[in-house]
Structures are given as C-alpha cells and as structure tokens.
Design a binder for this molecule. Structure first.
Ligand code: FES
Ligand code: FES
Length: 162
C-alpha cells in the first residue's frame, strides 16, 4: 500500500512520518518511533494495554488509525514522567508492587492519568469503573488499587502544600 506523509504530535514533539493509510497508531508508535511502552496485549480490543491519550481522552491505539490522529496531541506512557522524574502514579506503582510482569501497566497508568485529570478525588468505585477496560493477568489488582490510592493521596498533599 502506498505510504502517505502524516504529521503526528506525540509527547509534545512533532513527527513527520511516511505511513500506510491503514497503519494502526500502536504499530506506528512501536515500530516507527520506538515508543514501545504501549503494549499489544490482545487481538480484539479488550485488554487496554495499548491505551494512550488522544487530546486527553484514553483511546485504544491498537484500534485507531494513526493518520486519524493528525492535529491531535497524543500522550503515551513515555510522556507521563514530569521533568525527568517519575510521575506520582508511576512511583506509587513501584512502591506498592502494583506491577508484576508489567505488561498491562502502561495502559493502566494512562487510564489513571485521565481519571485524575477529570476527578481529583475518585472513590474506590469510581476508580474501579474507570479501570474496567484495563485487564491485568498477574496482580490480582489489590496492590494496584493501593498504588492508585497512594498516588491520589500524594497528589492531594502536593496540592495542599502549594
Ligand atoms: S492491545 Fe489494544 S486493547 Fe488489547
Ligand atoms: S502485571 Fe502482568 S498483566 Fe498486569
């Protein structure tokens, strides 16, 4: 298939790429740009491991044409760290053992990032609802929820200190 030029904004940088019109965003991220944080965990858009933010909204990059994202701001897990340091949610995952194999983790991180951008103080039920499209096959979820709650507390403390 003939490639076409596309301009994609990813993690604050503009990339001009020649891509096939049917190229999926996940494949472009991983194969063309070496942004391998987003994972392909399934074949049927059911696991959420490939979740990225497109203009702030969580989207499955395995089910999204890369070309359709032109003019939008794409954020991957590589763009979550703040000034070179781990974001609160990433640090909390490490502190609480929220990841085992880690394959699902980037997708969870992106979904949590979106949740906290629209709801600074989600209840446990709201956290569970928000994460219902992300599957983890290892952790049993308990440590993951602890990590998320701890990240929320850390954010609140940070805000109170400002
Ligand atoms: S790889 Fe996209 S939902 Fe599973
Ligand atoms: S930590 Fe292994 S799938 Fe979630």
């Amino acid at each position: 298939m003939k490639k076409e030029l596309a301009e994609l904004r990813i993690n604050g940088q503009t990339h001009e790429l020649a891509i096939e019109p049917n190229a999926l965003l996940l494949d472009v991220l991983r194969r063309e740009l070496d942004l391998t944080g987003s994972k392909r965990g399934c074949d049927d858009s059911s696991c959420g491991s490939c979740t990225v933010l497109v203009d702030g909204t969580p989207m499955l990059s395995c089910a999204l044409l890369a070309g359709s994202c032109e003019g939008q701001e794409i954020t991957t897990v590589e763009g979550v760290s703040e000034h070179g340091s781990l974001a609160a949610i990433q640090k909390a995952y490490g502190d609480w053992g929220g990841a085992q194999c880690g394959f699902c983790t980037p997708g969870f991180i992106m979904t949590v990032k979106h949740l906290l951008s629209v709801n600074e103080n989600p209840t446990e039920e709201e956290i569970r609802m928000a994460l219902s499209g992300n599957l983890c096959r290892c952790t049993g979820y308990t440590q993951m929820y602890q990590a998320i709650k701890s990240a929320i507390d850390a954010e609140k403390k940070g805000m109170a200190a400002k």
